[in-house]
Design a protein around this ligand. Structure first.
Ligand code: DOR
Ligand code: ZN
Length: 350
């Protein structure tokens, strides 16, 4: 008999894009309804490079939500060539900045002000190691000579290995891993290294990007990889290892920016995320391991308290809307118009 009901500690999302302004007001509740906390990406325009900017952004996020959600936005700073050791110390002292995000310049959406050469970030990385501040990494090289599908693997060889060698005390999250090589690397790395995994990389291979035509709503970065990689990610996520935990990388873009001659990267997974993870875990026969992946390991890695509330999933099929309001525009969520197997119930207080 398949499960009809699953109760788990309330999850957190260890990687999300909440945007700003009208977009923020449109999407924030989709995350806050389910997740109690989320690591909020700093790739706004302009990027969130200072503690002061992070504090103001945090207030805007809270203001975009109903007062009673209890949602705790865990803020991040955007690492640049100029990030100072003082800024890292201020971040640590703030109590609300929980990670610093490394985007290689040009790797993805709004990464223009990212790090142009790893060596330029060394003073900031040294300060982070001293202060025990987590480094969250977009692990793709930007070298145009490297095939897009190899950029994560090459990043591990060229950059991540050096970071771990030179800053052995630094806690590092390799974000949104997409390859067998990344899963294996993290599995074999010291306990200071972990990874987040998105729902789309657990559920889809790159075939889905081209099934019957070009599918812009499945385009994200790092791009979906071949099926054998997807299987390795499912194996990692469901392995019971505390090194792999939930990070949706929900990355909303308006419908017309996705359905475009140069479509933006990012899947808007927030409205369906927990149900999508439940499908992936159930299909792997590992529904009993969903709770630790979604609700335990991330907090443990980040050194934050475990959530005491619970949430339920019921086997009640529902259809994801074709589109949702997004300021003056609309947005197409992941799995739009399709049926999901699991529905998320109300939050159960501690
Ligand atoms: O697909 C992605 N979208 N990958 C990223 O790294 C950034 C994100 C975004 O901000 O849209
Ligand atoms: Zn992201």
């Amino acid at each position: 008999m398949p499960h009809t009901f699953v109760k788990l500690a309330r999850p957190d999302d260890w990687h999300v894009h909440l945007r700003d302004g009208a977009a923020l007001r449109a999407v924030a509740a989709d995350t806050a309804r389910v997740f109690r906390r989320a690591i909020v990406m700093p790739n706004l325009k302009p990027a969130v490079t200072t503690v002061q900017a992070a504090a103001a952004y945090r207030e805007r996020i809270l203001a975009a939500l109903p007062a009673d959600t209890g949602f705790d936005p865990l803020m991040t700073l955007y690492l640049t060539d100029a990030t100072s050791a003082d800024e890292i110390a201020r971040a640590k002292g703030s109590g609300f900045v929980h990670a610093v995000k490394y985007y290689p310049a040009g790797a993805t959406t709004n990464s223009e002000s990212g790090v142009t050469a790893l060596s330029r970030a060394y003073p900031a990385l040294a300060a982070m190691e001293r202060q025990d501040m987590v480094l969250a990494v977009h692990g793709e090289v930007t070298d145009p000579d490297v095939d897009v599908f190899d950029r994560e693997r090459v990043f591990i060889d060229r950059e991540l290995t050096a970071i771990l060698r030179d800053f052995p005390g630094l806690r590092v999250v390799l974000e949104h891993i997409t390859t067998r090589e990344a899963a294996e690397f993290v599995g074999e790395a010291p306990g200071t290294v972990a990874a987040t995994i998105t729902p789309q990389h657990l559920l889809y291979s790159r075939n889905a990007l081209f099934s019957g035509g070009l599918r812009p709503h499945l385009y994200c970065l790092p791009v979906l990889k071949r099926e054998s990689h997807r299987q390795a990610l499912v194996a990692a996520a469901t392995s019971g290892s505390p090194k792999y935990f939930l990070g949706t990388d929900s990355a909303p873009h308006a419908k017309d920016a996705k359905e475009n001659a140069c479509g933006c990267a990012g899947c808007y997974s927030a409205p369906a995320a927990l149900a999508l993870y439940a499908e992936a875990f159930e299909d792997a026969g590992a529904l009993d391991r969903l709770e630790a992946f979604a609700s335990r390991y991330g907090a443990a890695f980040y050194g934050l308290p475990q959530n005491r509330e619970s949430i339920t999933l019921q086997r009640v099929p529902w259809r994801v809307p074709e589109a949702l309001p997004f300021g003056d525009a609309t947005i197409v969520p992941l799995r739009a118009g399709e049926e999901l197997r699991w529905r998320v119930g109300a939050v159960v207080p501690a």
